[in-house]
Design a protein around this ligand. Structure first.
Ligand code: AP5
Length: 215
């Protein structure tokens, strides 16, 4: 199963991708996580993109395309993957079409997560993440058992630098301008599946499973 998750920041793509990837036994490829790792490791790429990410703007296409191509060519992606947060621009969508062709594979579906801007702000301003294992929580909607501590590994939770209101609004604007137009591209290709992402985590997951099972 090869899926792309498309939708605004905070629409729950990462939360749902983690659950579904585990159920299907395929990798969850989050471009945001890959890029944050570059920043954390202070690689050449990481140093170039830190400010861009903190401000909520898009990292240059040549970087995200190369990282995605490298990742989906790995052996663990042969049986499928969930691509979360790529593509986000026309150049990236065109590059993905070319990668798929070159690897002689097909995308099963592009799942579009619908949500309002107010819900985005509410979700992202309450998000807390674990630096150690990558688990994601929400102070109200998905709180950890002990406030500020990760349930899985006990590490302290932190708030992402781009989850401050100004950066959230920039990310939403960038999404509207650059990523939203891709919806029509995938609709025309007959790949688009729409998901109401404004419900609870469990309700969204149940709908997602049905969409995936119905092919
Ligand atoms: P990335 O990390 O991908 O950020 P994003 O797309 O803005 O998405 P988020 O991770 O913020 O949200 P999500 O939809 O995964 O929601 P989540 O499940 O966490 O990218 C970060 C940055 O990297 C970009 O701004 C850009 O700079 C760069 N970048 C990444 N990809 C790029 C690309 N292709 N090209 C160029 N640059 C790129 O949920 C959010 C919160 O809500 C959590 O607290 C969660 O617990 C909660 N929640 C989830 N679902 C629900 C629900 N149903 N009900 C209530 N709460 C919920």
């Amino acid at each position: 199963m090869r899926l792309v998750f498309l939708g605004p920041p905070g629409s729950g793509k990462g939360t749902q991708a983690k659950k579904l990837a585990e159920k299907l036994g395929i990798p969850h490829i989050s471009l945001g996580d890959i890029l944050r790792d570059e920043v954390h490791q202070e690689t050449g790429i990481g140093k170039r993109i830190k400010e861009i990410m903190n401000a909520g703007r898009l990292v240059p296409d040549e970087i995200t395309i190369a990282l995605t191509q490298h990742r989906i060519e790995q052996a663990d992606c042969q049986l499928g993957f969930i691509l979360d947060g790529f593509p986000r621009s026309w150049a990236q969508a065109t590059a993905l079409d070319a990668m798929v062709k070159q690897l002689k594979i097909e995308l099963n579906a592009v799942v579009y997560f619908h949500i309002t801007e107010d819900q985005v702000v509410e979700r992202l301003s309450g998000r807390r993440s674990c630096k150690n294992c990558g688990a994601v929580y929400h102070v109200t909607f998905n709180p950890p058992k002990v406030a500020g501590k990760c349930d899985r590994c006990g590490e302290n939770l932190f708030q992402r630098a781009d989850d401050e209101e100004k950066a959230i609004r920039t990310r939403f604007e960038v999404y509207e301008m650059q990523t939203k137009p891709l919806i029509e591209h995938y609709r025309k290709m007959g790949k688009l599946v729409e998901l109401d992402a404004g419900k609870t985590i469990t309700e969204v997951y149940e709908k997602l499973i049905k969409l995936v099972e119905n092919g």
